[in-house]
Design a binder for this molecule. Structure first.
Ligand code: DGY
Length: 423
């Protein structure tokens, strides 16, 4: 790629972020996702940090402005009403738990890691800004450790949307066990924005909504919801990401001379839990249905997040080498060898720049520079050739889901573009 070409893509990526800006926060993409989403915003902050540090902080500040009084940071902040999205605030029925109308679940804890990235770039106001946001990050992590830690010290999800990998086959078994008998009649909006072959099925949606209904009826009271949970799946995305985020939080606590003992304990606990996510047959990290103990048996992009969490793993390295031999594009959300592989359907096969950037960061930090470079280069070609789609077919690169997507543009700017500082 010529320098002119990549500078042109940099400019386009900045424009995606600016166009998706709704005044201090960004939407993931117009129409399909018209509100502020949790981990999307954290990625947006990382993207903004490459050209507007103040705006980067603002993105994280607006996200944490919606933090619940119990510490949870919701997965969606419904900042202004948009009937184009379903399920909206009325369906969630989560009023009064926090200062901004929101959903009732959270999302992967990438924020502390991107706060660290922004803080390290901001030599002038960094410490002042960090001091303000730090207690909020701490409260959020404390909420995870209180309400989402399984007996085996892994992080579980209470709803598939909490992992961000909405319709991953990782939850199939737990989802099948739910009988969404009284979910009622509803009209989806997602399939009016993108083709239904790219979205979760009606069977999935019935269960998503049934779980939302349960939360609403229990008034999103974590104590009540924790009794007889109908859905509880220990997830490698949540566990590796929270472990990484806790390590970054620890680093920042030490730099600010804050007490860090509690955060150290969290790191130890989560590190201890990781091994239980290992599939006994294949040796890879996978999800576990906490209600039955069943391993999902799926190799997903989350299976490769161990380096991001600071953990070496020979077996995963072997599987990574095989995966990279099989396809020219970066790691797919489900192994192409799986019977369930579906290259365009959301989290059941497509490749996502965000997950690949996290895996790539981890690999590079732990000395696997060649593998990190393969992931980065293939993500670079994918975006350069196919644009800022939500995700891509992992074999032929066809763009899928929403377009002009904030986090794909952010990943381009902060990681994949040849312009970014590290390369
Ligand atoms: C959706 O509406 O598909 C979102 O992913 C839920 O968070």
């Amino acid at each position: 790629m010529t320098k002119n070409k990549w500078l042109e893509i940099d400019e386009k990526a900045r424009n995606v972020l600016l166009k998706n800006d709704r005044g201090g926060y960004t939407v993931p993409t117009p129409n399909l996702y018209p509100y502020q989403w949790n981990w999307d915003s954290a990625f947006a902050g990382w993207g903004f940090s490459t050209f507007d540090i103040e705006r980067a902080w603002q993105e994280l500040d607006t996200l944490f402005a919606g933090q619940w009084y119990n510490g949870m940071v919701p997965h969606i902040l419904f900042r202004r009403n948009d009937p184009d999205y379903f399920p909206g605030p009325e369906v969630w029925g989560a009023k009064g738990h926090g200062p901004i109308s929101s959903s009732g679940i959270s999302q992967p804890a990438v924020a502390a890691t991107f706060v660290r990235e922004i803080w390290e770039k901001d030599k002038s106001t960094g410490n002042v800004r960090l001091r303000k946001i730090f207690p909020k990050l701490l409260e959020w992590h404390r909420w995870f450790m209180k309400w989402r830690l399984s007996e085996k010290n892994t992080v579980f999800i209470s709803h598939p949307w909490e992992a961000g990998r909405d319709n991953s086959p990782d939850w199939d078994d737990a989802m099948e066990a739910i009988n969404p008998f009284d979910v009622g009649v509803y009209t989806r909006r997602d399939t009016s924005h993108v083709d239904s072959s790219m979205r979760p099925t009606k069977e999935d949606y019935d269960r998503y909504l049934w779980l939302v209904k349960r939360g609403r009826e229990l008034e999103w009271d974590e104590q009540l919801m924790s009794k007889n949970r109908p859905f509880e799946v220990a997830d490698p995305t949540m566990t590796f990401i929270l472990l990484r985020a806790c390590r970054d939080l620890l680093f920042m606590a030490e730099a600010l001379n804050f007490d860090s003992a509690e955060i150290s304990e969290w790191c130890t606990k989560l590190s201890d839990g990781i091994e239980t996510l290992r599939n006994p047959n294949g040796g890879f990290f996978n999800a576990i249905n906490c209600l039955t103990g069943a391993h999902s048996g799926n190799i997903t992009s989350a299976s490769f997040l161990n380096w991001y969490a600071g953990m070496h793993d020979e077996k995963t390295l072997e599987i990574l080498a095989k995966t990279l031999e099989e396809i020219n594009y970066p790691i797919p959300s489900l192994s192409i060898d799986s019977e369930k592989f579906d290259g365009m359907r959301y989290w059941r096969g497509p490749t996502w720049a965000i997950l690949n950037s996290l895996v790539g960061l981890g690999l590079a930090e732990m000395g696997y520079l060649a593998e990190a470079e393969i992931l980065r280069n293939s993500t670079q070609s994918l975006i350069a050739e196919h644009g800022f789609a939500e995700y891509f077919h992992p074999i032929n690169g066809t763009p899928g889901g929403g377009d002009s997507f904030t986090w794909t543009a952010a990943v381009w700017l902060a990681w994949a573009s040849p312009s970014n500082g590290e390369h």
